[in-house]
Design a binder for this molecule. Structure first.
Ligand SMILES: Nc1nc2c(ncn2[C@@H]2O[C@H](COP(=O)(O)OP(=O)(O)O)[C@@H](O)[C@H]2O)c(=O)[nH]1
Ligand SMILES: Nc1ncnc2c1ncn2[C@@H]1O[C@H](COP(=O)(O)OP(=O)(O)O)[C@@H](O)[C@H]1O
Length: 404
């Protein structure tokens, strides 16, 4: 049985809200979740900047929460649909890939942050249609051949895999390009960004700081590709403990002598750095083999053999295929293009967007946005949104009352 259309307030005018005087400034949209009413938006040069304040009915006062996550840019109007632990925000007059957002008000991430900061917290997260492919985490000691294997995979299947470009405080090697191999960063900047929650994981490795930003993984998923992370064992452990579901592969050298030979032959490190990497390798291999972090352990003896095994793992585990055929490129996630004029209502986990386009002949279309399988969320994107566009006239489907 569907519930009645939810409390939706589109483009509220300045002033009173349900009898409550707003603290200050004009506001546009409001939504109530639990005991709190959230006011989202504020006028800014004819467009809306996206600000948040909430009225706590228990305390009887306005609160300005700490706002986390990547904020949406200004827009011409907002609609808000309260869900259980977050508010769906539809932005008007925005680009088609920038129309769906979530303001998380009581998700696990928000509760964690509230505990950590001791203040009221809300967090923005951009909504994305469809799901991300499960990432692949590859770890192993320095010089074992991780980079070589990943390059082979990306070269053979450029449309299927994308590399998560990590941040590091180490200096670039001769051929390495900023933004391609790593984001080469100052330590103080990286430490600040870690504090701001921009990293999915980070670790000190061989005396330098390395980390995977939330954005690095999201960008690959945005392109409709499966993300590959080349990170150390500490990083793999952190990802295992995070909400990111991934497949974990550890690459082992055939022997320590061969590892040393590969490191020396690569010729990218000083003698001191080589010795440090070899010292750390022993512990990494022990942890890799025994820690239960990894789903698969691969020995990289003969490169071609190891590459074939890596491919077959990925195929069997991730793609569910028998032979390694070149799969068609994943389509880039679809986008909804909302017109300026529409009304919104909610039935269970379906958001009904009734689009009204006025021209010579007025026509109406319904978009049904399904929010029942949301995944991820702040500090990254919210994925798992699905939608169906319904031409109400051609189908004879004319109103939300007919939905169940
Ligand atoms: N935790 C973590 N480790 C990383 C990250 N990026 C790279 N690493 C690891 O840091 C170690 C050193 O990497 P690098 O300096 O490129 O040297 P290489 O492994 O010898 O090529 C390797 O074990 C990488 O897997 C990251 O974002 N997070
Ligand atoms: N199976 C292999 N046999 C011999 N040399 C290898 C093999 N795999 C990788 N190499 C070489 O070993 C060196 C280190 O490989 P690299 O991919 O840079 O390791 P990592 O990224 O794990 O530090 C490179 O010069 C690479 O060409």
């Amino acid at each position: 049985m569907g519930e009645a259309p939810a409390l939706l307030v589109d483009d509220l005018q300045d002033g009173a809200l349900n009898g409550l005087e707003l603290e200050n400034g004009p506001c546009k949209t409001t939504a109530t979740v639990g005991d709190k009413t959230y006011v989202i938006g504020g006028a800014d040069d004819g467009t809306l900047s996206v600000q948040v304040q909430n009225f706590d009915r228990n305390l009887g006062e306005w609160v300005r929460p700490t706002v986390q996550g990547t904020k949406p840019v200004a827009c011409k109007g907002l609609s808000a649909v309260p869900l259980e632990d977050r508010i769906l925000i539809l932005k008007k007059g925005s680009k088609s890939d920038d129309q769906i957002w979530f303001l998380e008000v009581d998700t696990q991430y928000v509760r964690q942050q509230q505990k950590l900061l001791g203040t009221e917290v809300v967090a923005w997260s951009k909504g994305v249609i469809g799901n991300a492919e499960k990432p692949v985490v590859i770890s192993g000691p320095s010089g074992v051949g991780k980079g070589t294997l990943i390059s082979m995979l990306m070269k053979e299947f450029p449309s299927m895999f994308g590399f998560s470009v990590s941040h590091t405080t180490r200096a670039p090697r001769g051929m390495e390009k900023d933004g391609v191999h790593y984001h080469f960063t100052e330590k103080s900047i990286m430490e600040k960004e870690i504090k701001e929650g921009k990293f999915l994981e980070f670790a000190s490795v061989h005396g330098n700081l390395y980390g995977t930003s939330v954005e690095a993984v999201e960008l690959v998923a945005d392109a409709g590709k499966r993300c590959i992370l080349d990170i150390d064992v500490q990083g793999a452990r952190s990802v295992r403990a995070s909400s990111l579901e991934a497949i974990f592969i550890f690459i082992c050298p055939p022997s320590m002598e061969e590892l040393e030979k590969r490191l020396r032959d690569r010729g990218t490190e000083t003698e001191e750095q080589i010795l440090k990497r070899l010292r750390n390798a022993q512990a990494e291999i022990e942890q890799g083999k025994s820690s239960r972090i990894f789903d698969f352990i691969l020995y990289n003896d003969k490169l071609e053999d190891c590459y074939e095994r890596l491919k077959s793992i990925i195929v069997q585990k991730l793609l569910g295929l028998d032979g390694f055929v070149t799969a068609p490129p994943k389509s880039v996630p679809r986008e909804i293009d909302l017109p300026m004029d529409y009304s919104v209502s909610k039935i269970d986990s379906k958001i009904i967007i009734n689009c009204i386009s006025s021209g010579e002949k007025e026509s109406k279309n319904l978009i049904m946005l399904d929010v029942s399988s949301l995944k991820g969320g702040a500090p990254g994107r919210t994925r798992g949104l699905n939608f169906q566009a319904i031409d109400s006239f051609s189908t004879g489907f004319n109103g939300i009352d007919q939905l169940s």
